[in-house]
Design a protein around this ligand. Structure first.
Ligand code: HSE
Length: 370
């Protein structure tokens, strides 16, 4: 089969390397922005590349939404098999891409867009055909996990750890997306659509790790806990809810023991209670191999179809949790169950608490306490 590649950054270069290892897959051309065109193999005519008669597979690893969205749309309209790692473009557009793939006989495959090298979406897509997925929780951002790990184990400052994560190629072009939870917001939206077979509905804005400081790290240690950044989601009937936030976890929790930039997930369903996944959620070859796994499925004619057949709605009351808030403001009006040393503890409260706290103190550190 013939393939073209859109984007020649960290992931794109990884796709190029791995394509050479697959018999029967011929990488013909690479789309780059005009300023980078310096070899015959590169082109800035992406539209021609993705619509050409002899193109079968389009690997898309541009960052951001345009021209990625335009090129994916054109490719799908021409019946191509689109394989993308770009969660920012998939999260708001997946429903339309699925319809276009169905209409024109191509496919949209997105394994690498969530949890990088871990075959997590593959497991989700298989499982949801068998039974309802009750929910999931997991670490979906390697940069945040790397930073928290360095802060907790090596006493490093957040900014220093972030610089290291950027140098190692884990962080997004704009690392705000990593430390404010936006990257995980896209990934949770995508996971929800696939796990619950539903069209997108608006989940809560994410809480990232940027408000955490060394005092919080000390408090976690004193209480036998470890802080991790987690997405937690549940489904009941036609409703679901998702929280993206830092969590003070007991040291013996599976997710508390995920080191460095690794990702991990737990899937919950009736037949097995829970199953865990662990691996590299970012990085060149880890992410590229997930894209090549999708290409191998296409070459075998065994792509996992995505069907968003329901219109389920978010109900945040499904997730009543225990919370910890650090604030210099007076939060007693919100009825905390305990308050000491600038920390407020709230038990079994819906995530509406986040908005209530932020109305009083936009800079408060808000996290789950498990
Ligand atoms: N910046 C992301 C991370 C890359 O750190 O996990 C993978 O999506």
């Amino acid at each position: 089969m013939n393939a073209v590649l859109l984007g020649y950054g960290t992931i794109g270069k990884g796709v190029e390397i791995l394509c050479r290892q697959v018999d029967g897959l011929d990488l013909k051309e690479v789309f780059v922005l005009p300023q980078f065109v310096d070899l015959p193999y590169f082109s800035n005519n992406g539209e021609e590349m993705v619509t050409r008669e002899d193109t079968d597979i389009v690997f898309e690893c541009l960052s951001g939404t345009e021209p990625a969205n335009m090129l994916i749309t054109k490719a799908l309209e021409h019946g191509k098999h689109v394989i993308t790692s770009n969660k920012a473009v998939v999260s708001p557009n997946l429903e339309r891409y699925v319809e276009l793939a169905k209409k024109h006989g191509g496919s949209i495959q997105i394994e690498a867009s969530v949890a990088g090298g871990i075959p997590f979406l593959d497991a989700v897509l298989k499982l949801q055909k068998l039974e309802d997925i009750d929910g999931y929780e997991g670490i979906f951002n390697g940069t945040s996990n790397y930073i928290l790990d360095q802060m907790q184990n090596n006493g490093m400052a957040l900014e220093t750890a972030l610089k290291q994560a950027q140098a190692l190629g884990y962080a997004e072009a704009d690392p705000t997306n990593d430390i404010e939870g936006i990257d995980v917001f896209y990934k949770a939206n995508i996971t929800n659509m696939l796990a619950y077979q539903t069209k997108n509905d608006t989940i809560l804005p994410p809480l990232g790790i940027s408000k955490l400081n060394t005092k919080d790290i000390e408090l976690a240690k004193e209480n036998g806990k470890v802080i991790r950044h987690i997405a937690r989601s549940v489904q009941e009937g036609n409703e679901f809810a998702t929280i993206i936030a830092p969590v003070f976890l007991s040291k013996d929790n599976y997710l508390a023991n995920v080191p460095s930039n690794y990702n991990a997930q737990l899937l919950h369903a009736h037949s097995f209670d829970q199953i865990g996944y662990f691996g590299q959620g970012a990085g060149q070859l880890a992410t590229a191999q997930a894209m090549l796994a999708n290409a191998l499925d296409t070459m075998d004619g065994t792509e996992r179809a995505i069907d968003l057949k329901y219109d389920k709605k978010v109900n945040n009351d499904l997730l009543k949790e225990d919370w910890i808030v650090r604030s210099g403001k007076d939060l007693s009006g919100l009825g905390p169950d305990k308050a000491e040393d600038g920390y407020f503890f709230f038990e079994k409260r819906s995530p509406d608490l986040i908005g209530d706290v932020q109305k009083i103190d936009a800079d408060a550190m808000i996290a789950l306490w498990k």
